[in-house]
Structures are given as C-alpha cells and as structure tokens.
Design a binder for this molecule. Structure first.
Ligand code: ATP
Ligand code: MG
Length: 261
C-alpha cells in the first residue's frame, strides 16, 4: 500500500515545493518508489525535477478534467531512478473553474489514484499543493492519507495555520475520515538568528512529536538547484540541504515502520 502525503500550507513561499521535490528525490535515491504529483498551476515541482511541461503537455489537468489515466501522463525523473512525476502546466489554472460543474469534483484525484493502483505500485505518493485552499488542494486532501505541513522559521509562520487546520477538519468530517496531520517540517531554518529558534520552539511546543526532529537549514544550494532542473539530492548530494532532506525522508520512513509494528 502506498503512503499518500499531501504537502500543504496555504501560506505562499514556505517551502512546499522545495520539500515535495527534495523529499521525493530523497525517497527515490533511498530505494523507495515514489510518485510526485504536481497539482500547482505554477508547475514549480515539475521544473525543479527537470520535467518539460510547456502548455499542452499532458499532466494533472488531463487527469482531473478529462479523466486521462495517471499512467498515461507520468514521466520518469531524468536524474533519480525510482521517481516519477505527474507534471502540471499553466493549463491547470483553468481547472478550478472547469471542475466546478463536474460530477464528484473533489474526488477526481482520489479516483485517478485508485485506478492507477490497480495496475501499478509505488511506496510513496507526494502531492505538491498550491498556496490556496481551492478545489485543487481539496482534491489533494481527499486523495491523501497524511498531510505534511512545511513551516518556515520566520515571523508570521503560524499565521493562517488555524484556517488550514479548520479546513482540514472539514475534510476529515465530510470527505476523508482517514486523513491525519501526521508531519510538520521546519524549513529555511537559520541557526544564526534567535527568531528561528523561537519559531521552532513554539511549533514544537504546540504540535509535539508530529514535528520532525530534522529541520531544513536555509541553504543557497537548495535554492539554486531548481535553476538546474535538479533536486538538491543530485545537484549537490553532500550539501547540508541534501543531507537534511535525506534525514527527513529517513524519519518519515521509520515512522511508517513504527506505525505498522
Ligand atoms: P508557493 O506557495 O508559491 O507554492 P512554496 O511553499 O512551494 O511556494 P518554495 O517554492 O518551495 O515554497 O520556496 C519558496 C522560495 O524559498 C524559493 O525561492 C525556494 O528556492 C526558497 N527556499 C525554500 N527552501 C529553502 C531553503 N531550505 N534554503 C534556501 N532557500 C529555500
Ligand atoms: Mg510551491
């Protein structure tokens, strides 16, 4: 059974895409078959993994709106064996509106994955959400079992989190009873500032052990890698950024094992 994570936070620029891409690559290089679904019209995750996605490229839009099988649109990541990507194009910007009138519009992604798993198996599915709580994020929350919330170690980090958690509550109540907020990852941690420590402590006190022990440092290599169409895992495997995403992936995999035992 695949573990399906939705990487969500309606706050923009907190590291959702960076986390999705690098965790997916870290899981891939660790031998876990992983599918990354880019459900953000910005298509940043597709770019960052070296997947061509000009307008018209078949991807998540076709899956959600036309019912195209997931298997027909996924592409293998050129740099990481065991990592596949369902790309997003700017066409997806129209999907929110296109889906409004559709039948079972919130379960499109879930239905697509259920059909996909009849013929294929992977260990992990990671869904990179846009910075909003619209129909695209809703599809991700309905399809997922677990939510990973990246939190940036900066001022206003917790702003909007209440709204996100209330929305998740509604999804749990009405659309996906199995959904849990299983994981929080502190991102862009700058050890030189007191503020980063304060935010990290506040988040740990509030959320307890769903916060991963690993924090992701602010690192130039992490921010440079997408410009080369690569995750930091292949762009600079020895860097602190790469190591920390590898640690985060290990923690997530270990938790999974603990849960089953
Ligand atoms: P959006 O809400 O627009 O989808 P996001 O939550 O996906 O944004 P990212 O795109 O992952 O956020 O990151 C925002 C910016 O911060 C990017 O320019 C990215 O390169 C940079 N960034 C993310 N993580 C790190 C890090 N650990 N070190 C340095 N820069 C980082
Ligand atoms: Mg993003």
């Amino acid at each position: 059974m695949a573990k399906i994570f939705c990487i969500a936070n309606q706050k923009g620029g907190v590291g959702k895409t960076t986390t999705s891409v690098n965790l997916a690559a870290a899981l891939g290089v660790s031998g876990k078959k992983t599918l990354l679904i880019d459900i953000d019209p910005q298509g940043n995750a597709s770019t960052a993994l070296g997947i061509d996605h000009p307008e018209g490229t078949p991807g998540i839009y076709e899956v959600l709106v036309d019912g195209t099988p997931m298997a027909d649109v996924i592409q293998q990541c050129p740099d990481v064996d065991g990592l596949w990507v369902c790309p997003a194009t700017i066409d997806l910007a129209g999907a929110e509106i296109g889906l409004v009138a559709s039948v079972s519009r919130e379960t499109r992604l879930k239905d697509a994955l259920t059909a996909f798993f009849k013929d294929y198996s992977v260990d992990y599915v990671l869904i990179d959400c846009p910075p909003s709580l619209g129909l695209l994020t809703l599809n991700a929350l309905v399809a997922a079992q677990e939510i990973l919330i990246p939190i940036q170690c900066e001022y206003y980090a917790l702003e909007g989190l209440g709204q996100l958690l209330r929305n998740i509550g509604m999804v749990q109540e009405h659309l996906n009873r199995e959904l849990i907020v299983s994981t929080i990852l502190l991102t862009m941690y700058d050890g030189r500032t007191k503020l980063a420590d304060q935010v990290a402590n506040e988040v740990r006190n509030h959320f307890g052990d769903i916060v991963l022990r690993t924090t992701i440092p602010r690192s130039v290599k992490v921010s440079e890698a997408p410009g080369f169409g690569q995750s930091v895992m292949t762009y600079d495997p020895g860097s602190r950024g790469a190591m920390s995403y590898l640690d985060a992936a290990r923690e997530i995999a270990e938790r999974g094992t603990r849960e089953l035992a």
